[in-house]
Design a protein around this ligand. Sequence first.
Ligand SMILES: Nc1ncnc2c1ncn2[C@@H]1O[C@H](COP(=O)(O)OP(=O)(O)OP(=O)(O)O)[C@@H](O)[C@H]1O
Length: 310
Amino acid sequence: MTTALTVKDLTRVYPGGGGVRGIGFTADEHAVTAVIGPNGAGKTVLFSIIAGLAQAESGTVDFASPKARVAYCPDVPQFESWLTALEVVETSLAVSRESTGRVRIARGTGGDGFARGALEACGLGSVMDRRVADFSRGMLQRLGIAAALVTDPEILILDEPNSALDPIGRADVRDIITEQKRHRCILLSSHMLSEVEQLADHIVVIDQGRVVTRGTTASILTDGLEPVWTIRLGAPAQISAADLAVAVPEARFEFETDTLCTARFRSFEAAGSQLMTALHIFRSPVIEVTLRDRDLDASFARIVQNQEHR
Ligand SMILES: Nc1ncnc2c1ncn2[C@@H]1O[C@H](COP(=O)(O)OP(=O)(O)OP(=O)(O)O)[C@@H](O)[C@H]1O
């Protein structure tokens, strides 16, 4: 993975005490980095500084490419209501060309790569000539992404792109993000941690303007968790818990029913190397394997609470 963005020691404190204080992290190309944190944690301030919309008092934001283009899509994008979707995106493209003098074909937008392509990529191809006045919230959110995408940014910042969307709208935005991460570095914030879990490669947790923890989504998910898996079998296991323990000495097994077994490993490392072995030994079809208490909402609450008690 190549680093697309390096943020170091970024500080901007507003008179009321809110803002960001010494934030640092990196974000990779072709990956989604999610910044999560409670209300008022400083996510929007951080994104605004990276996008060049607000000034930091100290610290640096470095891009891998010196001419990197950054596009910022706010959580509630607002447009002139009398414009059509196509006009909105064309205006975004024109403003971007004016400010950089560059003409580029946006990657991953299909078609000719310009306004129509960006609208198609965001599922708005059939309504591009409609005025945005009667667009739903979900359509406006997708239009905001199209207006950002048309500039073909190296860094695409999406501030709560799925807030207030219904499940179909969220799935649409998820598909757009998954496709677009093939072409750029995406920074994302969201309070919908189930979405973050599905989309993010890396997570930065911030609270009160500071980074509390950061890591891969898997490492954040397992932070503070016990390495215990629940294994559901399609038919009764052909082996006892005692024999399983002999075959996989790094774990303790307990059958709750003859098709539901708990495997408690000594560590995540041990599970990484031996869980698959254990699954084979049941000699019975495995229907489901679930890490117990695996839940990003719970991990997030635990991380933030631990921070507050320090
Ligand atoms: N222009 C400003 N003037 C004064 N305070 C500000 C300004 N912008 C942000 N803040 C303060 O900085 C803090 C962080 O705000 P920010 O909007 O970045 O939080 P957030 O993490 O995006 O929250 P949310 O999840 O609610 O959107 C808040 O306390 C906010 O009041």
